[in-house]
Design a protein around this ligand. Structure first.
Ligand SMILES: *[C@@H]1O[C@H](CO)[C@@H](O)[C@H](O)[C@H]1NC(C)=O
Ligand SMILES: *[C@@H]1O[C@H](CO)[C@@H](O)[C@H](O)[C@H]1NC(C)=O
Length: 264
């Protein structure tokens, strides 16, 4: 299938007027292509998202869409230098195509996370979530496995959601009642992977929980220690100021008490 690619080489802000109404003007250089032999180069000027005028390489000239920009376009079209310059820009578009196609053709591996959203209890099965982040291209397949066998019931999935930066994410859920010792896995198939990759659910054991608890305690201490330091410093500083007030005679040694070195 023919696919039009659109890449913007040089978006740049031309002018910003700040008056009672704010105007936002900018210029965009676009290259549209379906192949190396079918390239359209556009240099466009917008004001508040409205296209005022553009150079279109297929027409080989500037076109204005308002009274003012029509005048400007007419003048620009009389200038051989400008037209030559735009022709060169179109060639730049053409020479950049392999680079763009290369980027578009390179698959990006997903980052996969498998987690238990809701533990199973006597009434409800457990709810697991398998998420794949930051992959390209869009096509991906997530499959749930229970002890290595495909599980298809009670599965729901989001669409491939665009991240807004050419990359995608997807989330799949399974509601499943698993007995202890049963293995729940999420299998990912994607163009970036030479073979399907299986991610096993690893329940957090007691030992694991302890590690997390110790880790959290360490983090807490790291957070609290500087606070203690600050309180200590403040106390000390107020003490020193009180002391200073009393003996008027020892003027010479005054200012150094407030030096940050005291903190330690
Ligand atoms: C550029 O000009 C060609 C030829 O007139 C036209 O078919 C095409 O739609 C124009 N492109 C844009 C984006 O205006
Ligand atoms: C699907 O969900 C229903 C209701 O929660 C449950 O009874 C059933 O066992 C589930 N199916 C599988 C294969 O786990």
């Amino acid at each position: 299938t023919m696919h039009t690619h659109n890449f913007v080489i040089l978006p740049h802000v031309l002018l910003i007027f700040s008056t009672a109404d704010a105007y936002f003007g900018y210029g965009v250089i676009r290259c549209l292509f379906t192949s190396k032999d079918d390239v359209v180069y556009l240099a466009q000027v917008y004001l508040n998202k409205m296209l005022l005028g553009q150079y279109n390489s297929t027409l080989g000239k500037y076109v204005g869409y308002t009274k003012k920009t029509k005048e400007i376009a007419d003048n620009l079209n009389k200038n051989k230098g400008f037209l030559e310059h735009e022709k060169k820009n179109k060639e730049k578009c053409r020479t950049n195509i392999p680079l763009v196609l290369d980027i578009l053709s390179r698959p990006v591996k997903p980052i996969v996370r498998l987690r238990l959203v809701e533990s199973a209890d006597s009434k409800h099965p457990g709810l697991f979530m398998c998420s794949a982040y930051n992959f390209y291209p869009k096509q991906i397949k997530l499959t749930w496995l229970k002890d290595g066998k495909e599980a298809t019931s009670n599965v729901t999935s989001t669409d491939e959601l665009p991240n807004g930066n050419w990359l995608y994410q997807i989330h799949s859920y399974i509601e499943i009642s698993s007995k202890p010792g049963e293995k729940i896995s999420c299998m990912v198939e994607h163009a970036s992977l030479t073979e399907p990759k299986v991610y096993d659910w690893v329940p957090i054991t007691e030992a694991g929980k302890n590690k997390i608890a110790v880790g959290a305690a360490g983090l807490l201490l790291a957070l609290v220690f500087p606070i203690i330091g600050v309180i200590f410093y403040k106390r000390k500083a107020t003490c020193e100021t009180h002391k200073q007030k009393k003996p008027q005679t020892t003027k010479s040694e005054t200012p150094h008490h407030h030096h940050p070195e005291v903190v330690k």
